[in-house]
Design a protein around this ligand. Structure first.
Ligand code: ADP
Length: 801
């Protein structure tokens, strides 16, 4: 009996992208047509067509035509004509192809395409389009659009009965944008609906109460009040429930559609029933049932359920059975719709790990078993009804028995469901805890073997044995890490933590790490990183994990020829978004065509015999794909048996603009052309250095502490940093951090220390500080010391290492 607020969603979805700032005549007409779509879509269509036919300014013509097309499509969608809407959307998108930017209108068109897909029951396409639209809105910086897309994705999951996932999207939608009341109302109300479905009634009550604050004085107030009353009653808060319901009744006569009255009667019956006022409950439910046909199937289903409860409590078995039958029929229909939607969503493989898919599969199988069981029960029930009519002559005993059977069967099903959920959760919990617990002692063992192996005096036989132990320990640790990752994926705890990173260096590292193994197997490693983006924003640890896994597999399954690693950026034709592509190709054993998808599932290997020889668990690719999807991308494979395989990782690409500028910058080649930055808190010291260095370099600036220096380095204009040791508190770690930052910014680093001993210099060197100048020093000596670092080309890595 939950009101879905579909109309509200439609209203909320009526886009307002360009409205806020609209002042031009065109924008005003767009705003007027948008408003019209809600009340008179046929007229809105005519007006949108006129808008399209009107003359357009050359510079904005493309945008204006696309906007008019989008309005036409929305008007057609409002008239339930998704086919016609789609034709317009496709041609509008074709027209925009190749046009740079304008992501907002592309996002709106794709969102409309998602709407058409939903109307045509193509849930999977709808989901994918919503995701594309979401990304376009991200690129356009359009938070409202993002919130809309997230909201629709949430409703898709709601329709599929996956309320927990739906809830996540509604929450994200609320977070993404909060300034649009209608949008926020839809999200908050849908969130409350999902909470109700999850039987988290106190939270649902709070959410409906919040929704209520947005609708005071509007026709929707009664709808929210009804939802609130129902949730309050479910939470056993009957008095507040009655108050909410009375308010809903008071508002319902003038403004509310007739279909809502039976729903209100239903809630009244529900409350009366739970307060044990059976006469009143029966009066309300009879009234509701008389008009039930005017409501939606979900409300009807709930009405029949309430009626069943009431008649059963009154001992009116024949009526109770009839209601139960009606309820079952509607419930089965709804479950079938939800199941097919769930299957479609799973096919979309959107943002979900294989493990989640597997759990969903299990749930689906469970639902199917449940449905079969229920069907059998229903058959039994029909027979029971037949028997009952015969036996009515001799009493109601059989009816009671069959009713008890239904109840018992339902109870069994519920218990089985709960047990299955519990078993899955317990398994995941067990995996996570055990692997975590194993890791701690394992790290101890590995640390100790490393210490033993570092000893020079070790007997060679003992060394080789310890090396074996160490190797086995490393393999075990990798396995435990994989299992921990799988457990995290199953519980949805896999987090992506993005930050700035050097992609090129990561890939070069990958090549370096695997070169030794490749040489041992006498295969070559080639790489093409000429067009590889440098600094990007990504999760470095997870990206490394994926690439190392693909490289490890490529070398593992290749006995001759070569492994090739390439990375480049490409632009999506449709969305204009940049994508990072990393390709690992090998000339190895290849994978049969019918196993290409299977290998991405956990514990799946093509050939047990071959892989036993090579080792491995069959978890690597499952993890790679889950990680890639969690980052908004995917891993795909192309392979020919006996010839080789190519694994392609594609991810949304976010470059670091400032870092890119630094990376492209040429380092200064002499002190004379260098921009200097000195950390010197003492004004007298600053004066001396300024007098000494002015004229010897391109420019000099002063900061008083390390954090200001790190900030100044970000700008990418500093060539050489000089730090007074005392300004860094003589702290080798702080100096090391500064040296690393200099390295990353292609700047040189000189540290001035007063009479340092060899030990102190060694400590700084251990933290990557390569150039220490000891004070006191004469002015000419200091200049020649500083010039000395320009003798060799700057190698940030050596300096920063
Ligand atoms: P593992 O390598 O630990 O067995 P993965 O999930 O990484 O687990 O790989 C699963 C299976 O996919 C492997 O066992 C192998 O059969 C197949 N496979 C993966 N990469 C390749 C490759 N480059 N060439 C041939 N087969 C591969």
């Amino acid at each position: 009996m939950i009101c879905r607020l579909l109309a509200l969603i439609a209203f909320a979805l009526a886009p307002a992208v360009h409205a806020a700032a609209s002042t031009s005549a065109f924008d005003q007409r767009v705003a007027a047509i948008r408003a019209e779509i809600m009340v008179d879509p046929a007229r809105a269509l005519t007006d949108a067509e006129k808008l399209r036919a009107a003359p357009h300014d050359g510079a904005t013509q493309g945008h204006e035509l696309a906007t008019a097309d989008w309005l036409r499509a929305e008007a057609l969608l409002s008239q339930q004509k998704p086919g016609q809407a789609l034709a317009i959307i496709h041609s509008a998108l074709d027209n925009l192809r190749g046009a740079p930017g304008d992501f907002a209108i592309k996002g709106e068109l794709i969102l409309a395409r998602a709407g058409a897909a939903t109307a045509q029951g193509r849930v999977q396409d709808a989901l994918q389009d919503n995701q594309i639209a979401y990304r376009l809105f991200v690129r356009a910086g359009d938070a409202r659009g993002q919130a809309k897309a997230l909201l629709v994705i949430g409703t898709l999951y709601s329709d599929a009965g996956d309320y927990a996932t739906a809830l996540r999207y509604f929450d994200q939608s609320i977070e993404a944008y909060s300034s649009d009341t209608a949008l926020r109302l839809s999200a908050v109300n849908n969130r409350a609906n999902a909470l109700s479905q999850l039987r988290r009634f106190p939270e649902a009550v709070a959410a409906y109460e919040k929704a209520l604050t947005y609708v005071r004085g509007t026709p929707n107030e009664s709808l929210i009040l009804r939802n609130l009353a129902r949730a309050q009653a479910e939470a056993a808060r009957f008095e507040p429930a009655r108050t909410s319901l009375d308010r809903a009744f008071a508002l319902s006569s003038p403004g509310v559609a007739s279909g809502d009255l039976p729903a209100l009667y239903g809630v009244a019956a529900f409350i009366a029933f739970h307060q044990h006022r059976l006469d009143e409950a029966e009066t309300w439910i009879s009234r509701a049932l008389q008009q039930a046909i005017a409501t939606d199937p979900e409300t009807q289903r709930d009405l029949h359920h309430t009626a069943y409860d009431i008649f059963r409590a009154r001992g009116d078995n024949s009526k109770a059975l009839a209601e139960l039958e009606a309820f079952r029929k509607l419930d089965d229909e709804q479950k079938a719709v939800a199941a097919s939607a769930t299957a479609a969503l799973m096919n979309a493989r959107f943002n979900f790990t294989n493990q989640e898919l597997r759990i969903n599969n299990l749930r689906n199988q469970q639902a199917a078993t449940e449905a079969r069981f229920r069907f059998r029960m229903l058959l039994g029930l029909f027979s029971a009804v037949a028997v009952v009519s015969t036996l009515l002559l001799i009493g109601f005993l059989s009816i009671r028995r069959s009713r008890n059977q239904v109840r018992a069967a339902n109870a069994t099903l519920r218990t089985t469901n709960v047990a299955l959920e519990k078993a899955l959760a317990a398994k995941t919990e067990f995996l996570a805890t055990t692997s975590h617990e194993i890791r701690t002692p394992l790290n101890g063992i590995l640390g100790m073997t490393q210490v033993i192996l570092a000893g020079r005096q070790l007997d060679p036989t003992l060394r080789s044995r310890i090396e074996l132990v160490h190797g086995a320990g490393e393999t075990m640790k990798a396995l435990v890490d994989d299992i921990l990752d799988v457990a995290k994926m199953e519980t949805g705890e896999l987090r992506i933590q993005t930050g700035e990173m050097d992609l090129k260096r990561l890939l070069e590292d990958a090549v370096t790490v695997w070169t030794g193994q490749a040489e041992t197997k006498r295969i070559g490693i080639e790489f093409d990183l000429d067009h590889c983006p440098g600094k990007i924003v990504a999760d470095e640890v997870r990206l490394r994990q994926i690439i190392f896994n693909l490289m490890s597999n490529a070398i593992k399954f290749t006995d001759r020829g070569q492994v090739r690693l390439a990375a480049f950026a490409e632009t999506d034709d449709e969305t204009g978004a940049e994508r990072l592509v990393v390709r690992v190709a090998d000339s190895g054993i290849g994978i049969p065509a019918d196993r290409l998808e299977e290998i991405f599932e956990s514990f799946r290997q093509v050939d047990g015999g071959v892989t036993r020889r090579h080792g491995g668990t069959g978890l690597g690719l499952a993890i790679c794909r889950s990680l890639a999807r969690a980052m908004g991308g995917d891993v795909a494979v192309d392979s020919t048996l006996g010839t080789g395989s190519t694994f392609t990782l594609a991810l949304p690409l976010e470059r670091v603009a400032a870092e890119a500028a630094i990376a492209d910058r040429q380092a200064a080649t002499s002190l004379g052309t260098a921009e200097l930055l000195m950390i010197e808190p003492n004004p007298l010291g600053q004066g001396i250095m300024r007098a000494l260095l002015t004229g010897e370099c391109a420019g000099i600036q002063f900061v008083t502490d390390i954090s200001s220096a790190l900030e100044a380095l970000q700008a990418g204009t500093i060539d050489h940093v000089i730090a007074e040791g005392s300004a860094l508190g003589l702290d080798p770690a702080a100096a090391g951090e500064l040296a690393a930052a200099c390295g990353a910014a292609h700047a040189r680093f000189t540290l001035l220390l007063r009479e340092p001993g060899a030990e102190l210099i060694g400590e700084f060197a251990a933290h990557g500080v390569a150039h220490v100048v000891s004070k006191p020093i004469s002015a000419p000596d200091l200049l020649s010391e500083m010039n000395r670092v320009y003798g060799n080309p700057v190698d940030c890595r050596t300096i920063a290492a």
